[in-house]
Design a binder for this molecule. Sequence first.
Ligand code: GLA
Ligand code: GLA
Length: 657
Amino acid sequence: MSSTRWLRRSGPPRLEFGADYNPDQWPREVWDDDVRHMREAGVTIVSLAIFSWARIEPADGEFDFAWLDDAMDLLHANGILVDLATATASPPPWLAAAHPEILPVDRVGNTISPGGRQHWRPTSPVFRRYALRLVRALAERYRDHPALAAWHVNNELGCHNVHDYSDDAARAFRSWLRIRYETIEALNDAWATAFWSQRYTSWAEILPPRLAATFPNPGQQLDFKRFSSDALKDYLIAERDVLREITPEVPVTTNFMVMGEQSSMNYADWAAEVDFVANDHYRQRGVRSADELSFSANLTGNIAGGRPWFLMEHSTSAVNWQPVNLPKRPGELERDSLLHVAHGADAVCFFQWRQSRGGAEKYHSAMLPHAGPDSDLFRSVVALGSRLHELAPLAGTPRTRARAAIVFDWQSWWVAELDSHPTNRLRYRREAFDWYLAFLDLGIRADVVPLDTDLSGYELVIAPILHVVPAALTTRLTTYVDSGGHLVTTYFSGIVDENDHVWLGGYPGALRDLLGIRIEEFAPLPDDGRAELDNGLTGSLWTDRIDLTATDVEVLATYKSGDVAGRPAVTRRPVGAGSASYVSTRLGPEGLRVLLADLAARAGVTSDLPDDLRGRVELTRRGGFQFVINRTDEPVDISTLSPAHPVLAARGVAVLS
Ligand code: GLA
Ligand code: GLA
């Protein structure tokens, strides 16, 4: 969990508003125009110098701070704070030319060339030496600058370079493994190297999972995922420690990417290393993306331990990196921003302030678009700035905990999607998101929480595809249920321990006793396969051949078709004051809505919304305020909830006190 620090600033609490600011892309005279419009929009903070290494250090060891001094002073003179980047995200061409050994290597052995960004090995000692020298120089230069409110380590660590298979990575991987296993025998056990003659006799024989003739060892793959997340975390700590040494009073953060299928960095594990959590989020068209935003923001808030977090980037309108980049519809800019605030963000920032004329991201929207300030987009930005200004009383307030939670676990995400499994169609995050959609559709608030969260305050806990269940987790979940909690889990849960070794005696080994069921063989479905249930729902992706092993298990739904016809599809076992339920197929958001209505009712968890609003709006609670967020493209009459605000515009948000 992150500590309670926030920006270094004085003045009353407020919500921060701003963007990445890249003045080095523009002639000096444009900067005056920038700050004038920033003030007009109510910008309070910018992230500066994220991609400025080549400008700050034009040649090895020669620093040019004059332009950055000027930018810092100008911003300060205009009352704008700076989240100052350490500028290490994109090493300059001279560094890559002099030291090609900093360049990452892919699994096939191809060297990643400079020319994009983030072309550096997380484990390169040479890169680290140069980068930390820059960090130190920046920290010493700006330690006392009054605009400096926070440090921004690198940028989106791991966005492009998380999996590096270079010789540096191999060396660091071996060191990491030695710490984890201590003896080569312990590693051989964990990796099950008796299989396929993979037994290691010395650490030096071990490599990252580079291109192999067939499936690389799953233990090696899993540990490489853990190692790769840890290597970047270690790099984050290295920069942070330089900053803390020189400016102990300035908080340090880095922008996480809790969004979509970005699975490689275990942010639940990183959060303790930053002074406050920051996140970037971009909507991906076509996957109920406004609800996905809510899911990501919700999870980010819980990774931050319920404390305020910083939305470092999102987009004012279109991005440039999807196959087709649609602009946002009227209302979406404000709704997206306030959804993050509803889930605990105390800052709303964008990539980037002024839309670039050149470079790879010139068609990515910004706060100040190509069209200039005389544009609907800029007017929406100004309006958002004043709305956030009005919401200042929210700053620093916690979100109100929900009664239900969805557990999110990086280890299960990684392992459940490894190769050579019963199906390669399973998507961990999609299943978790389907449950979230079901909660939203029922109008029941639910928290998305990292696995190590204390679950005791939740009456209903969904643990979708909780695939990796070490013995201690079985105990934790059993205690939760024994003390009255209602646990729901799904197909492919409880299957393996922390080493990806199967729990024997029938699936789901680690949860078999708790659930009172036993499965001898998985029965995944082909792509067009469907399983009809006797309650009218239809499953896809997966089925199980379930036998009941306890007499008190209730069958909530039975398969009607296929090889599993007549067998239980959904089970629920009362345990003490609680229960343990199992859902053996993928029901999707529509099916889960029906099932969850039943499971939630049995757990006594109900919606806070009037009947007519359930599903049409999302409700969150924060600091005595209620956020009512219109999920639809139509106006919604919310008079049953708030007679004072009878109509919520399409995609609109009401904040009620
Ligand atoms: C990431 C980066 C930004 C920019 C945006 C574009 O979030 O941090 O520099 O590239 O994506 O969406
Ligand atoms: C081949 C190999 C076996 C095993 C099977 C699995 O037949 O010879 O070792 O890998 O495939 O289908």
